[in-house]
Design a binder for this molecule. Sequence first.
Ligand code: ADP
Ligand code: MG
Length: 685
Amino acid sequence: MAVNLNTEIQMLKGVGPGKAPALQELGVHNGADLLEYFPRDWEFLPETAQISELTPNANVCVCGVIESTDYHKFKRKPIFEIYLIDTSAALRIIWFNGGYLANQLHPGMRLAAYGKVAKYKHQLQMTNPRFKILREDIPEHDPKQLGGAVYPASASISSGMLKYIVRKNIDELSDCVSEYFSESFREEKNLLSRKEAFRQIHSPQDEKHLSAAKRTLKYEELFLMQLGLAVRRYRMRSFAPSIAMKFSPQLDRRIRQRFPFFLTEDQDKAIEEIVHDMGEPKQMNRLLQGDVGSGKTVVAVYAALMAIANKTQVAIMAPTEILSRQHYHSISRFLEGSKVRTELVTGKMSVSEKNRLTEQISEGEVDIVIGTTALIQGGIDFQNLGLAVIDEQHKFGVEQRAKLRKDKAPHCLVMTATPIPRTMTMTVFGDLDVSVIKTLPPGRGRVTTKLVSPENRNKAMEYIRGLVKAGRQAFFVYPRIESGESDRNLKSAEEEFELLETCVYPEFSVALLHGQMPQEQKKNVMEQFRRGEINILVSTVVIEVGVDVPNATVMVIENANNFGLAQLHQLRGRIGRGASDSFCFLFSESDNETAIKRLEVMQKSTDGFYIAEKDLEIRGPGELFSTRQHGLPDLKLANIVEDFEMLRMAKKDAEQTLKEDPFLDTQENQNVKKAIIKNSAPAWG
Ligand code: ADP
Ligand code: MG
């Protein structure tokens, strides 16, 4: 019976009921699964030769039966020696220091040995070859099956057995796959046919064919992912009608008058992109990326004023109440003396206060409503919401945006301070358009970062004393609040606070701030620090978000190697906000090489994008950016970091495909259409 992609696993050749469960454990349930159960590695063995035909210096594989074994010392070197015979002749094979082989190799065993043949005292022999023990009763030990694919195996099924099964079925299975691309396209892109690619990846003819097969299948994965994303983007734009907002040079002038400074080039560029998006009758979905302090809020205010000029309302959402309060203050400052009415919704409002405000919002009397994400969790009904600004800082509320879309589809501007590497904006965040603010507003001092080893600790502390004496303020950041049993090597904010206050810097005002303190107390401490009444703020990562004190120009991060690079970068963003130069000291006790390398990245660069790329390189894409989590298909072969160039090409090609055939209706696109429906059904919902 012929097998095909739907053939159940036990019906495939070489499987049967005995081996089927082991395959199912590996997630292989049918022919298609087997075809996509890709090898994890490949071995290319030299060609098999008869012993009688061997010539000196040939690199070959010989198969035969072990006739004798011997373990002895030769000139004090221990040597394990065997004679291997095939139907033509016998060959001496030796392994230096081969004592460990005495328990493995015995006369009568069948063996394949591969390596170089050399002449020794007029006789040919092999020295230190690699080898495989072959068993007559195991079909995959057929010498013809040696080399090639190495599969991820399990305790119940070996790689060799998997290879045997795949080889038995590969021709018929690969004959069943449908092609995604036309021949001319494949030629242009240098791709194999899918059929050939599957055959070669499982059973490569040689390394050249293997790499062509890998390239083909990786490209295919990336192309399908990008096509799915492009479809999503296209649908969002075409089927989520929004208000097309009018814009004029007069409006531009009026808005700009609100800012007491000139906008930076990057801010102007982002605004241009936003103005363009909001002018279309389809929903804007734009991600605005920029380090903390790069001036995103100003861009958001610009967009808000454009929406208000078009007689719509604006919602601005932040992840925490502290942050929404901060937005409220800075936005109100820009809008002082204007007719725009801005309101802050907080959790502390009384029920009657909240009811009144809710009513006014629903009647369109409030222009800008600022609050936490609770704003969109029901209760508040806008009369005419034209723009939603979501400040996500460091988290990515994919769900929140989805919730917003259900509404009347306001234009959406998502702001994030996390520098998202390009690889990520092209994949996980591939359904958003992206604006980037790279350069900080002018007039900021430089931030110098210094890695401090234990022996230079005191020197650094004295240096800091000088800076604080001169009027600067400092952050001391610790990896945890209290000292605990768990990890004695980590310093705690509480303990070190006492030490700093009483012993190290008794002449300064030192205060403690951490997440477990009551809200009110936290607010007070921050306020005092802002006013300059506190010289040194001892804290945990809570200060990562929401402190903007230009006079704070010194930061010490203890146990620095306990923080991720992205987190260190965010922390460091709290200083360097004023005109004077800032200093960041990374204290680390670790002499681990990778730990130091990581911290050196911080010392070398203040470019968030560079740091994020390095972080990605060191840690791998990992959980935060797992594609599955974001509703994208998992990639089996391609790697978005390593195969970035190909990713870029696939994105361009996918966009081109959709441009020519927006609904993938043409005959030649039917197979890819089926594939992306299978991959990402919700996109077609
Ligand atoms: P972000 O929201 O990206 O963290 P903000 O918008 O809060 O950054 O800007 C940080 C600070 O820089 C604010 O005090 C803001 O007024 C100021 N700022 C923003 N844009 C400019 C600019 N073009 N020139 C000078 N100062 C600016
Ligand atoms: Mg901000």
